[in-house]
Write a protein that binds this ligand. Structure first.
Ligand SMILES: Cc1cc2nc3c(=O)[nH]c(=O)nc-3n(C[C@H](O)[C@H](O)[C@H](O)COP(=O)(O)O)c2cc1C
Length: 348
C-alpha cells in the first residue's frame, strides 16, 4: 500500500528515536523505503509535496501533557500539501512497579498534533502512546537497567503491532482510550505551555565538576545552553528534554532542588500573597477575590522573578562555596540518582 515512509522525530533521551528506528525497521520488512528525519530548531524542513504513496510519521516525547513546543512549531510550519496518511507516536513516562507496567499520561500530546495535521488536510490513520522508560530525572532517579530492558521489550512488541496494522492499511486510534482523562488534564498542559516549561528551564545548574567541555551546548537539541561567565547557562528556550543532564561526561549537571524550592516559594506563595495582602481591607474587592488576585499576581510576576532569580543563582555559581552549597542540596547529585538514556542498540 505504501512505497515510502518519512518519520520525523524529536528526542531528548532517545526513546522517540528508538520508536522511529523500530517503525523504520518494520517498514523495511514490508518493502517500504523509509527515511528518519530529526526535528531541529532551525534545521529540518519537509518537502513541499509528498508522493501520494508516502506515509508520514511523527515520533516525539510527551512534555507537560503535550507535544514539545519544538514539535508543535514544526507541525505548525509543516507544508499544507494535504491528502497523505499520517501517524503519530508519543513516548511517555513508562515505569514498572513490581511486575506491573505503569503508563504515562498524554494530555494533549496526540489530540493537538492530530488536529493540526487534519486541518492541513492530512488523513490521520493512527496514533498511540508508547510507554518507554520515564526520563524525567529532575523528579525521580533514572530507572534500573533491568527495568529499562523489560520496558523496552514490551514497547517493541506494542510498536510492532501498531506499525503492522498501519502498513496493512488499518486505522489504529489506541490513543483515544485515554481521551476522557486526557481532556480532564488538558488545563495543566496549557499551564505548562504558558508558564511551567519556562520555570523548569531555570532549574538546571552546572556543578563544580563541570570542566567546560561544551558538550551540553553542542548537543542541546534546541540550542538553549550557552556559556555565560565561563559557565553553562540555561536560557528560556530550554525544553527540559533532559538530554544535557544525561550525556554530561562529568555528571556535572544537576537540578538545583533547594534553590528552586526557595525561589518557587517566593514566586508561588510569598510575593503574590504579600502584594495582594497590602491592598486588603475587609469587604473590599481584593478581599472578596483574594485567591483569584493572588493567582493573577503570580502569573504576572512569576516568570520575571524566576528569570531574575536564576541570573543571580548563575552568577553566584562561579564561587566555590556557593557552588558546593547548591550542588549538595540537589537530589540529582546522589549516586543512587541514576541518569537515563535509551540503550545504544535501539538508537544507532
Ligand atoms: C519536562 C518533562 C515533562 C514530561 N511530561 C510528561 C507527561 O506529561 N506525560 C508523560 O507520560 N511523560 C512525561 N515525561 C516523560 C517523557 O515523555 C518520556 O520519558 C519520554 O519517553 C522521553 O522520550 P525521549 O527519550 O524521546 O525524550 C516528561 C519528561 C520531561 C523531561
Amino acid at each position: 500500500m505504501y512505497k515510502n515512509l518519512f518519520i520525523y522525530y524529536f528526542t531528548g533521551t532517545g526513546n522517540a528515536l528508538a520508536t522511529a528506528n523500530w517503525i523504520a525497521g518494520f517498514a523495511k520488512e514490508h518493502g517500504i523505503k523509509s527515511e528518519i528525519i530529526r526535528i531541529e530548531k532551525n534545521g529540518s524542513v519537509a518537502p513541499d509535496q509528498f508522493d501520494e504513496n508516502t506515509l508520514i510519521g511523527f515520533c516525539y516525547p510527551t512534555h507537560g501533557f503535550n507535544a514539545p513546543p519544538i514539535v508543535l512549531d514544526f507541525l505548525w510550519k509543516f507544508p499544507q500539501t494535504g491528502k497523505n496518511n499520517v501517524f503519530l507516536v508519543n513516548t511517555r513516562a513508562g515505569m514498572k512497579i513490581s511486575k506491573i507496567f505503569t503508563p504515562g499520561m498524554s494530555g494533549l500530546a496526540q489530540i493537538l498534533p492530530a488536529i493540526m495535521l487534519r486541518l492541513k488536510g492530512y488523513r490521520i490513520v493512527g496514533f498511540r502512546p508508547v510507554d518507554l522508560p520515564s526520563n524525567w530525572i529532575s523528579i525521580h532517579p533514572g530507572l534500573r537497567q533491568k527495568v529499562i530492558d523489560s520496558i523496552f521489550g514490551r514497547c517493541h512488541r506494542i510498536t510492532k503491532r501498531f506499525a503492522e496494522k498501519i502498513f496493512s492499511g488499518k486505522k489504529v486510534y489506541r490513543g483515544l482510550y485515554d481521551l476522557p482523562i486526557d481532556l480532564l488534564i488538558s488545563p495543566v498542559a496549557v499551564g505548562y505551555f504558558l508558564f511551567g516549561r519556562f520555570a523548569l528551564a531555570k532549574t538546571f545548574v552546572a556543578s563544580h565538576k563541570c570542566n567546560n567541555c561544551g558538550l551540553c551546548t553542542k548537543q542541546c537539541p534546541v540550542s538553549a545552553i550557552r556559556f555565560v561567565q565561563n559557565h553553562p547557562f540555561w536560557s528560556h528556550k530550554c525544553e527540559s528534554c533532559m538530554h544535557c543532564m544525561n550525556i554530561c561526561p562529568q555528571r556535572a549537571i544537576e537540578t538545583a532542588h533547594l534553590a528552586t524550592g526557595i525561589l518557587w516559594w517566593f514566586v508561588f506563595s510569598f510575593i503574590p500573597v504579600l502584594i495582594a495582602g497590602l491592598f486588603v481591607k475587609e469587604g473590599n474587592f481584593i478581599d472578596t477575590y483574594f485567591t483569584l488576585i493572588v493567582w493573577t499576581i503570580m502569573f504576572i510576576t512569576g516568570l520575571p522573578i524566576i528569570f531574575f532569580g536564576y541570573k543571580i543563582l548563575h552568577f553566584f555559581m562561579q564561587y566555590k562555596f556557593f557552588n558546593y552549597l547548591i550542588t549538595y542540596t540537589s537530589l540529582t547529585r546522589f549516586k543512587f540518582w541514576r541518569r537515563y538514556f535509551a540503550p545504544k542498540n535501539y538508537i544507532e
